[in-house]
Write a protein that binds this ligand. Sequence first.
Ligand SMILES: Cc1cc2nc3c(=O)[nH]c(=O)nc-3n(C[C@H](O)[C@H](O)[C@H](O)COP(=O)(O)OP(=O)(O)OC[C@H]3O[C@@H](n4cnc5c(N)ncnc54)[C@H](O)[C@@H]3O)c2cc1C
Length: 400
Amino acid sequence: MDFTLSPEIEDYRQRVRQFVDHNILPLEQDAASFDAHENIREDLLSSVRQQAKEAGLWAFQLPKAYGGLDVGVVGMAALYEEMNRSIFGPACFNAAAPDDGNMMLLAKQGTEAQKARWMMPIVEGKVRSSFVMTEPHPGSGSDPAGMMLTRAEKRGDKWVINGHKWFITGAEGAKHFILIARTSDHPRKGLTAFMFHADQPGWHIQRRIPIMGPEEHGGHCELIFDGLEIDDADRLMAVGDGLKATQIRLGTARLTHCMRWLGLAKRSMEIANDYVSNRQAFGSPLGQRESVQHAMGKIAMDIQVGRLLVMNAAWKLDQGDFARKEVSMAKIAVADTLHNAVDTAIQLNGARGYSKDTVLEWIYRYARQAKLVDGASEVHKMVLSGFYNAEGNDFWRWGL
Ligand SMILES: Cc1cc2nc3c(=O)[nH]c(=O)nc-3n(C[C@H](O)[C@H](O)[C@H](O)COP(=O)(O)OP(=O)(O)OC[C@H]3O[C@@H](n4cnc5c(N)ncnc54)[C@H](O)[C@@H]3O)c2cc1C
């Protein structure tokens, strides 16, 4: 097994690192760069995005035919980690959720006409998008196939949507939406995916949900659908393929979360290391204390465990496998690693760690969502147990 990055990916990785150093980190260090929801201001984001495009560091995840750099999932793992050395990084390279997963799903499953209409404006950075699945109680959350209540009813060549969704990232300000709705009561084939535009009537944002952490642009919103009409031409994949679309999207999208979170975990460690190397207590630098070394060594190891899980899953996805158990393992482990890394970094920074003088408190509040989004950790453990029951010792087979 050779984990060496290809010269092309390594070149991109170094260029992303330099770009983050020179073009993004200085913004992050200036309080004036933040919007009201603790993310990079829209005007600054547009200008950095333009710089990233001009530097040839744009849309790594997409095929070249659609303006991307086609680095594969293994390449993305190396590059996304570098991007998220800055909390602003992924948005600046058009690699943030949910646009990232939406573009990849449309690239894989859209017709050419759908790609031109719905995907290319996201690729070019002209619009942002949302993925609309989760519903408040008693609707679907962890169990979309069993519990989805939002319905799409066929009338002529249109579908009429009625229902209630929430926690839809980016909805305020997004123009393109991918919606999952119920089209039948079939247990596996009951859901269907559709695209709609923000300007279509028959839906509205009820509220932007206040959350504990910093927000992605457009927030996390609650949406009401009361008669939205969608042309059948804007249906993604076949009727009944909504769950499949979700799995195709989330397979890679979940893993890209892990790639980004590893970048944030490494950044946390970098800030902690800087502090314990320079801060003195009881006559020596903190970094010379064995308990501090244990804490730093543990985070370093956990980050590498996470990277190996991510790379294994990435390699499988590049081979055309769904990598369901590998993605689940990475998601559980890296969510925990991000938590532990930033928590330890705050502890090692003392009172400074609790202040807003570093990005640690930002990362700490952001990190809490990692165990929830795109499947709670418990649900991924349930999936793994299902695989183990079905495969026995073959659970750990080598290869695909
Ligand atoms: C910041 C953020 C952004 C999000 N963005 C989007 C988005 O853009 N689009 C979208 O559609 N959704 C989005 N979501 C929703 C997210 O995908 C759901 O929160 C997630 O799938 C869990 O669903 P739920 O919240 O309804 O939890 P529930 O299904 O109500 O579960 C609650 C808890 O019960 C436990 N649990 C559930 N199932 C099991 C089980 N089988 N065994 C043991 N314990 C279990 C878990 O601890 C879980 O956290 C977002 C959520 C957050 C927090």
